[in-house]
Design a binder for this molecule. Structure first.
Ligand code: KG4
Ligand code: ZN
Length: 344
C-alpha cells in the first residue's frame, strides 16, 4: 500500500456530483466534479428530482475517474467519506448509497461528514495550524451559518439565517435581473461595473446583538425597485441599460457583504476569536473576501482570515475527504445503516 492515508470523498448534497482522493487530509490526488447546474438553469434554482437523476448517472463515472486520476486502486483506499447531511435528501441518498456499497464491498470504514463543516475544512486545507478560538462563516446556496470553532471537529452554532441563505439571495436577485444562473458569479461580474452606493438597499441586522441573518427583505427590496412598490408596474429590468443593472448588482452585493462581515465581526468579538474561517460557495466572491480581510486587519488586535481557495469554495469532494481523514483518525466511523438528513 502506498504511503499515507488515502480517503475517497463523495459529495452529492446539491447539484454537483463530486469525488476526490485526498492523502493525509491535505494532499489532493484528484478532484472530479460533474455539475448539473445547466439542467436547472431554466428553472432559476436547483430542482431536487433533476439533481438526483443526474447524480445517479454521474456517480459511477465520477468515482472511477477520481480513482484513476489519483492513481489509487481500491486496495489503497483506507476509508470512504461521504457527505450525509445537510442537503437535498434525494440527492444525498445517491452519494451515501454509493459510499456504503463501496465500504461494504471493499471492507473499508465508512465516515459520515457534515457538508457545512466540510466547507470550513476547505479553508484549512493549506493552513491547519490556526490560532484558536476561531469564528467560522459558511455561506452557501442552502445555508448561512456562523460557528465558534474550538477545533476542526468541534463547532458550536452561533447564528444562522432565518429565511433565505446568502447564496440563495444572490441566485434570486440574479434571476430578477435576468442574469445567468447560477446567480452568484453573474452578480459578482455585473457588480464590477456598478456603483455599490447607488441604491441604499436595506441591511437587516436583526438587533444589535443578533448573530442570525435574514436575506429575504433585501431580495424583496430589489424586486420592488425593479417592478414598483405595488408590483403592478412593468418589469423595468427589460428596459434598463447595462449600467443600471450593474448599479443594482453592486448595491445588492455591498449590502449582503456588509451584513455578513458585520455579523462575523460581532461573533469574533463575542468569542475573542483570533482567526476567522470562511467557506462555502459565496466565499468565492472577491468583494466578500476583500471586505472580510479588511475587517480582520482593522480589528484590534488584528485577526487572521483563513479562506478556501476559490476552486474549493463551491461544492467539491476534496473538503469531504479532508474532513473525513480527521474523523477517520479520531475513530469516528459510521455504520453501514447510515442515513441522510436534510438538516445539519
Ligand atoms: O456551497 P455551494 O457550492 O452549494 C451549496 O452548498 O449550496 O454554494 C453555491 C452558492 C450558489 O448560491 C452560488 O450562486 C453561490 O454559491 N456563489 C457565489 C459565487 N460563486 C458561487 N455567490 C457570490 N459570488 C460568487 N462568486
Ligand atoms: Zn455546499
Amino acid at each position: 500500500m502506498a504511503e499515507g492515508i488515502n480517503i475517497l470523498g463523495i459529495e452529492t448534497s446539491c447539484d454537483e456530483t463530486a469525488a476526490a482522493v485526498v492523502r493525509d487530509g491535505c494532499q489532493v490526488l484528484s478532484s472530479v466534479v460533474a455539475s448539473s447546474a445547466q439542467l436547472h438553469a431554466k428553472y432559476g434554482g436547483v430542482v431536487p428530482e433533476i439533481a438526483s437523476r443526474a447524480h445517479i448517472e454521474n456517480i459511477y463515472p465520477v468515482i472511477t475517474e477520481a480513482l484513476e486520476v489519483a492513481g489509487v486502486g481500491k486496495e489503497q483506499v483506507h476509508a470512504i467519506a461521504v457527505a450525509n447531511r445537510p442537503g437535498l435528501t434525494i440527492a444525498l441518498m445517491v452519494g451515501v448509497t454509493a459510499a456504503k456499497t463501496l465500504a461494504f464491498a471493499w471492507e473499508r470504514p465508512l465516515v459520515a461528514v457534515n457538508h457545512l463543516h466540510a466547507h470550513l475544512q476547505s479553508a484549512l486545507l493549506e493552513q491547519d495550524d490556526i490560532e484558536l478560538p476561531a469564528v467560522a462563516l459558511v455561506v452557501s446556496g442552502g445555508h448561512t451559518c456562523l460557528y465558534e470553532a474550538r477545533s476542526a471537529l468541534e463547532l458550536r452554532l452561533l447564528g444562522r439565517t432565518l429565511d433565505d441563505a446568502a447564496g440563495e439571495a444572490f441566485d434570486k436577485v440574479a434571476s430578477i435581473l435576468r442574469l445567468p444562473y447560477p446567480g452568484g458569479p453573474s452578480i459578482e461580474q455585473a457588480a464590477k461595473e456598478g456603483n455599490p452606493n447607488a441604491i441604499p438597499f436595506p441591511r437587516t441586522m436583526l438587533g444589535p446583538d443578533s448573530l442570525d441573518f435574514s436575506f429575504s427583505g433585501i431580495k424583496t427590496a430589489v424586486l420592488y425597485y425593479c417592478r414598483g412598490q405595488d408590483m403592478k408596474g412593468q418589469d423595468m429590468v427589460a428596459t434598463m441599460d447595462r449600467s443600471q443593472i450593474a448599479d443594482i448588482a453592486a448595491s445588492f452585493q455591498a449590502a449582503v457583504v456588509e451584513v455578513l462581515v458585520e455579523k462575523t465581526c460581532r461573533a469574533a468579538e463575542l468569542v475573542g476569536a483570533r482567526t476567522v474561517l470562511l467557506g462555502g460557495g459565496v466565499a468565492a466572491n472577491s468583494y466578500l473576501r476583500s471586505e472580510m480581510a479588511r475587517m480582520c486587519q482593522q480589528s484590534n488586535p488584528p485577526r487572521t482570515l483563513v479562506v478556501a481557495q476559490k476552486r474549493y469554495c463551491t461544492d467539491n469532494a476534496v473538503m469531504v475527504a479532508s474532513l473525513g481523514y480527521h474523523l477517520f483518525k479520531a475513530g469516528m466511523w459510521a455504520d453501514l445503516d447510515l442515513e441522510v438528513s436534510a438538516n445539519g
